[in-house]
Design a protein around this ligand. Structure first.
Ligand code: MG
Length: 167
């Protein structure tokens, strides 16, 4: 295994009444929550796919199939911790991750620092290596109408114990 490895991830979930909203492992005050087999945390799902993609280790659907009862209602931080284990097992360390979450409402800015700390803890990283950015679509499309929330993520891995610039 050699060199840097980059991966990208995407996810989107529908917002529905009667569910708590959890994003980046943090509880967010809102009148709706994300639908899903798990807690619906699309931010973490996008991040998991970026990390798995960088390691060419498949995707969320392969590792955490919704047909599997043990993942039902699971907090998505559990998935992220498991993905961190898979990535480490394959000989990689996480250099940094960057996530963009697209939500018209609620305003996520007050939660961003808490999300960074939570994600960093799950990945065993310094929070300086974890970026979370919150955007709207200016009212455009399904996310703009508040029908759901989407997230994009990028992750950079390097081989453990090697200088990725020379391998
Ligand atoms: Mg998902």
């Amino acid at each position: 295994m050699s060199g840097y490895r980059i991966g990208s991830g995407f996810d989107a979930h529908r917002l529905v009444a009667g569910r708590p909203l959890v994003l980046g492992g943090v509880s967010v005050v809102h009148d709706k929550g994300l639908e899903g087999h798990s807690d619906g945390d699309c931010l973490i799902h996008a991040l998991c796919d970026a990390l798995l993609g960088a390691a060419a280790a498949g995707d969320m659907g392969r590792h955490f199939p919704s047909s599997e009862p043990r993942w039902k209602g699971a907090p998505s931080v559990t998935f992220l911790q498991e993905v961190a284990r898979i990535v480490a097992e394959r000989g990689f360390v996480v250099e940094n991750v960057d996530v963009t979450v697209i939500a018209q409402a609620p305003t996520l800015t007050p939660y961003v620092e808490g999300m960074r700390v939570k994600l960093a803890r799950c990945l065993g990283l310094d929070a300086e290596r974890v970026s979370v950015k919150a955007k709207t679509t200016d009212g455009l499309g399904a996310t703009g109408r508040g029908e759901g929330i989407a997230a994009l993520a990028t992750a950079l891995l390097s081989p453990r114990g090697e200088d990725p610039r020379t391998t």
